[in-house]
Design a protein. Structure first.
Length: 305
């Protein structure tokens, strides 16, 4: 089992919980991994375990996990600056940065605002602007993209078991229930202050982040000024295991023509969640990261997938 520890890193307004798998030596090859909009750093556990010789650093973003009491404002520039602080505090001069879903947007903005800290980018089913109809309000964008994933944030659960039962029939996880998922969901719960439990993700943080992606300029600027190599791994199925997934092939192809640095690989047999949280997705992501780190074959995550 790959060594794991967590620590709290001072950022604006408080402490950012950060998980670290693998060696603590600052000379070790390093990945900074950024989770999705309603997730936590625990979503990366399988990928990290596939790369035991890599220092795998994964924060809980502001408003999520054990960083959920950090105050706003939120948005991609704020997350990018928090991530830069993590790298500086942990004495990482340059890292391969992986981002899943919203984490891919934050990773791109990090590379734009702090280019010296980023060697290359591995984006996992995210990073390109949301493909939604024009004219939607911010709340309509939340519903169009996230649907029930956002609605659960306002629910109160009587027990951890009740929360697990909510997820077991989820279309994305049918046939993909594993020990990681159980741990991830257990970590996702926080006391609601009245004897119940609710998701640790702040709805206010989610709403402000969606608004930033919908109407803000940081992501578009990061794409227009892109100066790092980018490998995008695409899940062919979406949040509810539906096709064509978050990004339709034609939409991806249009962006490939605009971004010569962009390399795209489809990961068959995955949806938006399982591309990092089960096989074969976790193995594919690990191999992509190993390639960016130029690891020898014995350390390239080949045992997975």
């Amino acid at each position: 089992m790959t060594a794991y520890k967590s620590l709290d890193i001072p950022v604006r307004g408080g402490l950012l919980r950060t998980g670290i798998w693998g060696p603590l030596d600052s000379a070790a090859p390093t990945v900074l991994a950024v989770h999705g909009i309603t997730a936590s750093h625990r979503a990366w556990a399988l990928v990290a375990q596939a790369l035991p010789e890599v220092r795998f650093i994964a924060p809980d973003l502001r408003g999520r996990g054990r960083s959920n009491t950090l105050p706003g404002p939120y948005g991609m520039p704020v997350h990018a600056d928090d991530l830069a602080t993590v790298l500086k505090v942990l004495d990482v001069p340059r890292a391969v940065v992986a981002g899943h879903s919203m984490g891919a947007f934050a990773a791109l903005v990090l590379a734009n605002r702090h280019p010296q800290l980023v060697g290359s980018l591995v984006l996992v089913d995210g990073g390109l602007p949301l493909d939604v109809p024009a004219g939607l309000s911010d709340e309509q964008v939340v519903q169009a993209v996230l649907g029930s994933a956002a609605e659960r944030l306002n629910r109160v659960f009587a027990s951890r078991e009740e929360y697990l039962e909510l997820w077991k029939p989820h279309p994305a996880f049918v046939g993909h229930w594993n020990a990681l998922l159980h741990d991830y969901l257990d970590y996702d719960l926080a006391p609601d202050g009245a004897g119940g439990l609710r998701s640790a993700t702040s709805y206010a943080a989610l709403a402000e982040d969606i608004a930033d992606l919908h109407r803000g300029t940081a992501l578009l600027q990061a794409l227009e000024e892109l100066a790092h190599p980018v490998h995008l791994l695409r899940a062919p199925r979406g949040l509810l295991n539906e096709e064509p997934g978050l990004y339709a092939p034609d939409y991806i192809n249009a962006w490939r023509e605009r971004l010569p640095q962009l390399r795209v690989t489809d990961v068959p047999g995955t949806n938006h969640y399982t591309i990092v949280m089960d096989e074969p997705g976790a193995g594919a992501v690990a191999r992509a990261l190993a390639a960016e780190l130029a690891l020898p074959p014995s350390l390239d995550g080949a045992a997975l997938g």
